[in-house]
Design a protein around this ligand. Structure first.
Ligand code: NAD
Ligand code: UDP
Length: 399
């Protein structure tokens, strides 16, 4: 009763009541999907058909039959998990047909895979997404597709000499959805296999919109970070696995090892807190008239840091949350060839232009880099410190 009243009171940005909808969320068991499912269950009346090959990160949301919780959750049957691989499963079209909206998050999206598993990367980010786009187009269903800020590649400014005055002009480094070019390295630099596959699926979706009337929104995340991102090697992922930078640095801090700065950690990124970014996605879901046909940068231009600065801030924040003093030598330099292997290359700088998302959805990120690292590293410490302590103690105990 209370939730029915709350849902009746919910209005979109144009003051219209928001109707409850069914959402087919592909990749719902990942980092972004798990936060989006939590938000949809806690604050909206919508139903989620959660599609993934894994469910560990959403098991706290699932009904007793699928998850491990003994008691029923207040959202009951509003989230159902469908364990399927979209590469080859005929149930996918039926789930899309049953839904009002499809959100596609499924991808291989860890840079260590782009140059070492380029075929898997291209298949995952382009070929496997094709049936999703086709089923949405053929069945006149709305699609929110997750692309990446990496489609911009390198900045124009990066081709200028280091101290060239034009490097300071925003048009040489700020990335705009409708104006910036996509600049990738040569084919041997297989790092760009991911960006190129994402760009091609963006072009296909855009063309489906233009030629066949597909209602779509494309999201370009700029380094969303927070709890449940990736895995800690040897604890809840393979020991030899290389996750994205947040989990790499968290793993180093938890194990009291120096943080590895690839090629000196000079690349720059802007980091946005996952909970801020999820607010933007909810606005897209609930304001189709404002989101359809749009490509949105979603990031926090105020949270820019070099990777070296990120390492320094994470070291300070982790000392605060863990109560352990930082290492005397907190970082070491490592070459990209040694760390990622042949074919690695990097984006130099990623600052999102926020004009379009501001105008269409009135969204702005709120959380500072320090605050988002504080809550994320508090989570990492609580979740992993004991498991790491036990895993480090093992060889000593057995010897
Ligand atoms: P993630 O790896 O945590 O989640 C992806 C999920 O998709 C995983 O749970 C995986 O099991 C699932 N999946 C992959 N292939 C599948 C298949 N064939 N069938 C069923 N499920 C499959 O990644 P994330 O960080 O949550 O990213 C989600 C999306 O956002 C991706 O498309 C990614 O490219 C994009 N993105 C994220 C960021 C970021 O900052 N996190 C940045 C740029 C782009
Ligand atoms: N990086 C690093 N040390 C690590 C992991 C990553 O210096 O242990 C660097 C990486 O080379 C890149 C940046 O951190 O310049 C961000 O990497 P991430 O894997 O998060 O993905 P990206 O932002 O490149 O998509």
């Amino acid at each position: 009763m209370a939730s029915a009243m709350a849902s009746a009171a919910r209005l979109d940005l144009d003051g219209k009541p928001i109707e409850a909808m069914t959402i087919c969320m592909i990749g719902a068991g990942g980092f972004i999907g798990s936060h989006l499912c939590e938000k949809l269950m806690a604050e909206t009346p919508h139903t989620v058909l959660a599609v993934d090959v894994y469910s560990d990160k959403i098991k706290h949301l699932l009904d007793p039959a699928e998850g491990q919780e003994a008691s029923r959750h207040p959202w009951g049957g509003r989230i159902q998990f469908h364990r399927l691989n979209i590469k080859h499963d005929s149930r996918l079209e039926g789930l899309i047909k049953m839904s009002d909206l499809t959100i596609n998050l499924a991808a291989i999206c860890t840079p260590a895979d782009y140059n070492t598993r380029p075929l898997d990367t291209i298949y995952s980010n382009f070929i496997d997404a094709l049936p999703v786009v086709r089923y949405c187009s053929e069945n006149s269903k709305r699609l929110i597709h997750f692309s990446t800020c990496e489609v911009y590649g390198k900045t124009i400014g990066s081709f200028l000499p280091k101290d060239h005055p034009l490097r300071k002009e925003p048009e040489f480094f700020v990335l705009k959805e409708d104006a910036s070019p996509c600049i990738f390295g040569s084919i041997e630099k297989q790092r760009w296999s991911y960006a190129c596959a994402k760009q091609l699926i963006e072009r296909l979706i855009y063309a489906e919109g233009a030629e066949n009337g597909l209602e779509f929104t494309i999201v370009r995340p700029f380094n969303w970070i927070g709890p449940r991102m990736d895995f800690i090697p040897g604890i809840d992922g393979p020991s030899e696995g290389v996750p994205r930078v947040l989990a790499c640095f968290s793993n180093n801090l938890l194990r009291r090892e120096p943080l590895k700065l690839v090629d000196g950690g000079q690349s720059q990124r802007t980091f946005v807190y996952i909970k801020d970014a999820i607010e933007a996605v909810l606005l897209m879901i609930e304001n189709p008239a404002r989101a359809n046909g749009q490509i949105f940068n979603v990031g926090n231009p105020n949270n820019e840091a070099t990777v070296k600065q990120l390492a320094e801030i994470m070291t300070q924040v982790y000392a605060k949350v863990s109560g352990e003093p930082p290492l005397e030598v907190p970082t070491i330099d490592v070459s990209s060839k040694e760390f990622y292997g042949e074919g690695y290359d990097d984006s130099d700088r990623r600052i999102p232009d926020m004009t379009i998302i501001n105008k269409q959805l009135g969204w702005n990120p709120k959380t500072s880099l320090w605050d988002l690292l504080d809550s994320t590293l508090t989570y990492q410490h609580k979740t992993y410190a004991e498991a790491i302590r036990r895993s480090l103690a093992k060889p000593a105990a057995s010897s």
